[in-house]
Design a protein around this ligand. Structure first.
Ligand code: CDP
Length: 224
């Protein structure tokens, strides 16, 4: 089975996807890590993420993607970059490169290969922006997570404080809003809720309540 989870930055997709994969024993595919990897490849090559450079960066980069039950492992040009992908400059550049059709076409093709590999054995939880709308419109069940921008910025700020010791709320909020705007307004596969997705506001649920609720809906859907 494929469980699709979409939503904006800080809506709780990653925590939810990871928790659900663990509870159901499914593999996890964080599609955003692929766009982050392309962004990091641009940054490391010192090239601006503009249309003229993207084809070169994609052809010049060796990206090995490995799904596990806990995270998406990404090896870029021989180096494990799974941690480096979370840096704020990579987040910013990811939403820029993710707007290019060539980048999306290549990443979506890879996501579909992984989907076919794990869909029936053991099952796959996929999270991103366009999973239920474009990558797997036929997913067995779809969720769209939301929360107000200030709640999402608070969560992101707390993560950055853990990682870096300091993060200014107003800057984090501005970056989240800028990223929302880029993700929702791009022509190719913009962030939006699939018509048949369950919409869940994560602002007033604890993570355990949220996981319990989503797990129950999945089990009802597949009768397990
Ligand atoms: O965890 P967070 O939501 O902050 O970011 P992410 O899911 O790792 O995604 C990083 C960026 O990649 C997003 O801002 C999107 O621009 C892009 N993305 C996308 O376009 N399509 C996806 N399926 C996943 C991510």
């Amino acid at each position: 089975m494929i469980v699709a989870i979409d939503g904006p930055a800080g809506s709780g997709k990653s925590t939810t996807a990871c928790g659900i994969a663990r509870r159901l024993g499914f593999y996890l595919l964080e599609s955003g890590a692929m766009y982050r990897a392309v962004a990091l490849a641009c940054i490391r090559r010192g090239v601006d993420p503009v249309a003229a450079n993207i084809g070169y960066v994609l052809d010049d980069t060796k990206m090995v993607i490995e799904c596990t039950k806990r995270e998406l492992g990404v090896v870029l040009d021989g180096e494990d970059v799974s941690d480096a992908l979370r840096a704020p400059d990579v987040s910013r550049a990811a939403s820029v490169v993710a707007a290019f059709p060539t980048v999306r076409d290549r990443m979506v093709a890879r996501q579909r290969v992984l989907g076919e590999r794990y869909r029936d054995n053991p099952g796959l939880v996929v999270e991103g922006r366009d999973i239920g709308t474009v990558v797997y419109p036929d997913a067995d069940i779809k969720f769209y997570l939301t929360a107000p921008a200030d709640v999402r910025a608070r969560r992101r700020q707390a993560e950055l404080m853990d990682a870096e010791g300091f993060a200014a709320f107003r800057r984090v909020l501005r970056e989240i809003q800028a990223r929302d705007q880029r993700d929702k307004s791009r022509d190719h596969s913009p962030l939006k809720r699939a018509d048949d997705a369950f919409e869940i506001n994560t602002a007033d649920r604890t993570i355990t309540e949220q996981l319990d609720y989503i797990e129950r809906l999945i089990r009802e859907r597949i009768g397990m």
